[in-house]
Design a protein around this ligand. Sequence first.
Ligand code: F6P
Length: 493
Amino acid sequence: MNRLIVVSNRLPFALDSTGEDLWTVTPAVGGLVSAIEPVLRDRGGTWIGWPGIAGEIPQEALAEATRNAGYKVVPVALSEIERDEFYYGYSNEVIWPLFHDLQNFCNFEPAYWQAYKEVNNRYADAIIRCGQADDFVWVHDYHLMYVAQALRERAVSKNLSRLTFFLHIPFPPYDIFAKLPQQQRLLRALLQFDLLGFQTRRDVRNFLQCVRRVMSDANVLSRSELQVVRFEHRKIRVGHFPIGIDFDAFEKGATSDSVEQRAQRLRVTFPGCQLILGLDRLDYSKGIPERLRAFRAALERDPELRGGVVLIQIVVPSRVQIPRYHEFKDRIDRLVGDINGRFSTSTWSPVQYHFRSLDRDDLLTHYRGCDIAFVTPLKDGMNLVAKEYCACRIDNDGVLILSQFAGAAEQLKSGAVLVNPYDVEQMADAILKAFRMNHRERSARMKRMKRGVHNENVFWWVDSFLRAGSQISTAHPRQAPPVARPDRPTRFD
Ligand code: F6P
């Protein structure tokens, strides 16, 4: 087994300053971290990433945060300007909204692209510093799509035998991708990797469609499970690898006495009610206002739901410095206020709203304690909340209402109640359907979903990706391939 080097913008924790030389360490939230962490803990390796603060990295706090990690951590520092223009800017005001089909939310500020390349160069330097010839270099997510190009521009990629990349978020269809000012430069950069992994078949299809339309000198060769693109005398493999969760760890955690007791307490707090769980990072792609509107419509239409259900909506703070995230939170606050103002009685409030992070036990408690999970992103790479909910249903009970636009829908459609998150009426129907679903049907659906989540877990995901990566020929071509042309705008982008 070659050494694994994972490269991502996020490390599994974020440092935060609480005063001179005082630091807090907070576990990072989100799909990428919760998938990669158990894998590196299991296999060992190196994780290169950003510890979440701008400026110099406090070495003592870092050593403290990584002491028992079980793998090596190599931090990459970002200045304040880089954080603003690379992380908040190009990554989260350009790529994030565009790749979630929300192009009206994009801020195509030209300076962001420069910062994006510079920070990707910095990551390439970190890989060069700690990489060896036989390492398996696995770069993650939309922040770092330029890393392989940066390595090839430094002409060192031939020493690193496998350069691979996995995109955790969706890849958009051509008509949306075409709006990106750097469309050709970005595709060229992605084609400098040897293996490109996406979450779903839909994303692979979209990516290849963009390659065909934008890169006239690339050839898409085969239509087997793993597709091949020929570009600049190289073969790039492209496939879908749906990310999973550490099923056993979730299931085990959910059976613990403390979680059982807390879940029981949660249920008795709302006697006679079915509990519906909404759990999301604060993000406009998650469809929270649409979900609240659907819940309001369901209460308006169906009197049996009034006093019979409670929606526990937990919103985990995220990217709070981006103005659009503030506006979005205000919208959620207002909708919750409206629903509770209209429907609450002296003994019942329809929405329990929390704006905070959850620790692990708290998370498991909510998965175990809630009868229905309401997971309705407008678009999502995968959505691991849906899978975690299934893993924690140790009694095989519970209903998952799931957006058809979450990557997880491809795997969970046989058991979930699928909805279009833009269709408020349909989502209101789904609430009633879930509320009335008999035990037999709930259990049959949940068992089907659990089987899939169990079999296609996070270790299966890693193995299938590494297996695909092992097909990359590591023999260095006798004649070195042409070094990627340095980034240069063309009339196409
Ligand atoms: O895949 C999207 C992602 O990078 C995931 O790690 C996670 O869902 C989220 O975004 C985390 O966001 P951030 O790193 O900006 O806090």
